[in-house]
Design a protein around this ligand. Structure first.
Ligand code: TYM
Length: 332
């Protein structure tokens, strides 16, 4: 057990989980539990970098715990916890913000995107977000961080921060690697296939949520934007809509992109879009049903996140104490 490599990842409960975060992240986590010691957080402290409605945040946090379990994360084999329950995150986040440079934070794509979208609330937390994310990862001495493509830059800055700290104080943190799936790492909007599928997408039908009804999912795929050609061919530059649908179908069915192109050769987009919609419906159906069942058992969900927080805190505090000692803080 102790020799297993360590995995940490997290998702913000800043809205309903999307097909993008499922295919880019959670789906791939479920297979890792046997081989790795896995920690998965619901990063509520990150979510407040954008204004949240308190009752809604509470609801989506609980729903997300249920979805982690429903998507196949066995709470006995994975440590599932809520970030704000483990105070070491805030503590190490502060320390690391003192080892993170203004210039490097200014280059972060997520900061630039989010400050463009929330121009009335460009707060300091949004800017220092990567230092808190580095704390999430480094507290657990994680070897691997399974994320979608858009989070690669944040894992890279985490590595830079860890190397900087280790360079000053000696070996303290394991240097983590991003772990990005070959298929599904960047799911795009069904309406604007040049933009990432995102929970903040306001275009109707652009984003699929894990809890969407089958008829709504089928309709969204039927209306998905493609192109004026008719060939089902993978070419993200020339055919972003079709290529995105191929990625989604591949991730949901396990088929290769070549097999998909062959399957729909000469059949046109109508059949293809319907098949992708069906595959998504069947992938999400068991997760939706199990989430609904679990949400009826609040006591069970509470037992998961409470024992998860205890286990997580034990690991996190070991690293935090090591860091405080290295910094020269007087022991309690
Ligand atoms: P978040 O909450 O935006 O997204 C959660 C995970 O889902 C992936 N993802 C996608 N993958 C493919 N296609 C998409 N359209 C798509 N949308 C989202 C993301 O890459 C991510 O893996 N900063 C992080 C949360 C975080 C974290 C961490 C992650 C905080 N601390 C520590 C890993 C380790 C974020 O905003 O993810």
């Amino acid at each position: 057990m102790d020799n297993k490599k360590i995995i940490l990842s997290g998702i913000q409960p800043s809205g309903k989980l999307t097909l993008g975060s499922y295919l880019g992240a959670i789906k791939n986590w479920a297979e890792l539990a046997e081989e790795y010691d896995c920690y998965y957080a619901i990063v509520d402290m990150h979510a407040i970098t954008v204004r949240q409605e308190p009752a809604e945040l509470r609801r989506t946090t609980l729903e997300q715990i249920a979805q982690y379990v429903a998507a196949g994360l066995d709470p006995e084999k994975n440590t599932l916890f809520i970030q704000s329950h483990v105070s070491a995150h805030a503590e190490l986040g502060w320390v690391l913000s003192c080892y993170t440079m203004f210039g490097e934070l200014s280059r972060m794509t997520q900061f630039k995107d989010k400050s463009a979208k929330n121009s009335e609330n460009i707060n300091a937390g949004l800017f220092t977000y990567p230092a808190l994310m580095a704390a999430d990862i480094l507290l657990y001495q994680a070897d691997l961080v399974p994320v979608g493509d858009d989070q690669k830059q944040h894992v890279e800055i985490c590595r830079d921060i860890a190397q900087r700290f280790n360079g000053i104080y000696g070996d303290t943190f394991k240097i983590p690697e991003p772990f990005i799936p070959k298929i599904g790492a960047r799911i795009m909007s069904l309406q604007e296939p040049e933009s990432k599928m995102s929970k903040s997408d306001k275009t109707a039908g652009g984003c699929i949520y894990l809890m969407d009804k089958p008829e709504d999912i089928l309709r969204a795929f039927k209306r998905a934007v493609t192109d004026s050609d008719t060939a089902v061919r993978y070419d993200p530059q020339e055919k972003p809509g079709v290529s995105n649908l191929m990625q989604i179908y591949a991730a949901c069915s396990g088929k290769t992109l070549e097999a998909i192109a062959a399957e729909f050769d000469g059949r046109g987009y109508g059949d293809f879009k319907a098949a992708v919609g069906e595959a998504v419906v069947e992938t999400l159906r068991p997760i939706r049903e199990e989430t609904t069942r679990l949400l009826g058992d609040k006591a069970y969900l509470e037992s998961i996140y409470k024992s998860g927080a205890e286990r997580a805190a034990r690991a996190a505090n070991r690293t935090l104490q090591k860091v405080y000692k290295k910094l020269g803080f007087v022991a309690k």
